[in-house]
Design a protein around this ligand. Structure first.
Ligand SMILES: [Zn+2]
Length: 217
């Protein structure tokens, strides 16, 4: 949905450029907009005078009706009242409480990863636990690597976990089905118990805390 327009000053030539603002993107109704989210084109504004491209960053809602997923992209520095948004979902929205998966995404990288995960019909919480387990295994096998984070990557039908070390080097492995299925079976109840209502933030910190709670019983 095109909600508004904003004017920006082109950083290259100083021209005032009108840019569309999308605060809500329904990718089921507008598959082209989904491509625009994935490649960032939807939020890129091109100056008509000099051709300079400017990337606009602001909060928006990504809504996939088919997969029953809503992702709220809220970048750092934007003050958004998530509680109010959660309440709206609960009371005013036809989507609240109807088996929708709601996630809060604090970076664009995280948003894109969640889209990949849900497009592949995976549970992002189980994926975060898989990352922890596999990161431990990787640390044992390759003590020389200092892995800082892990991201899901999809090439064709194959799902990879890309481990990124302190220098930014990437070490990718296939996500093993058996690991995913085992963790799903073992931890699904725990994962449900420790998922916040509303737009939950599911990241590596959440995974570490959930494992800690689970071990404390
Ligand atoms: Zn310009």
């Amino acid at each position: 949905m095109l909600d508004d327009r904003t004017s920006i000053t082109c950083p290259a030539c100083g021209e005032t450029v009108q840019a569309p603002v999308y605060t809500s993107v329904n990718v089921t109704a507008n598959p082209a907009q989904k491509r625009g989210v994935l490649d960032g084109e939807l939020f890129t504004c091109t100056c008509p005078i000099c051709g300079q491209e400017t990337r606009l960053v602001y909060p928006f809602l990504y809504h996939d009706m088919q997969k029953r997923v809503m992702l709220y992209f809220c970048p750092e520095g934007f003050d958004v009242d998530l509680e109010e948004l959660n309440e709206q979902m609960e009371y005013d929205s036809p989507f609240g409480g109807s088996g929708y998966t709601l996630r809060n995404c604090v970076s664009y990288e995280m948003l894109l990863e969640k889209i990949r995960i849900f497009d592949m019909e995976l549970d992002d919480r189980v994926v975060e636990l898989c990352k922890l387990v596999l990161m431990d295994e990787l640390a044992e096998e390759h003590p020389e690597l200092d892995v800082k984070r892990a991201l899901i990557d999809v090439r064709g039908e194959q799902i990879y976990i890309a481990f990124i070390d302190v220098d930014g080097d990437v070490f990718a492995i296939e996500l093993p089905d058996d690991v995913y299925n085992r963790i799903y079976d073992l931890y699904f109840d725990v994962v449900e118990e420790y998922t916040d209502e509303g737009f939950a933030l599911i990241d590596s910190d959440w995974a570490v805390q959930t494992v800690r709670y689970a071990m404390m019983g």
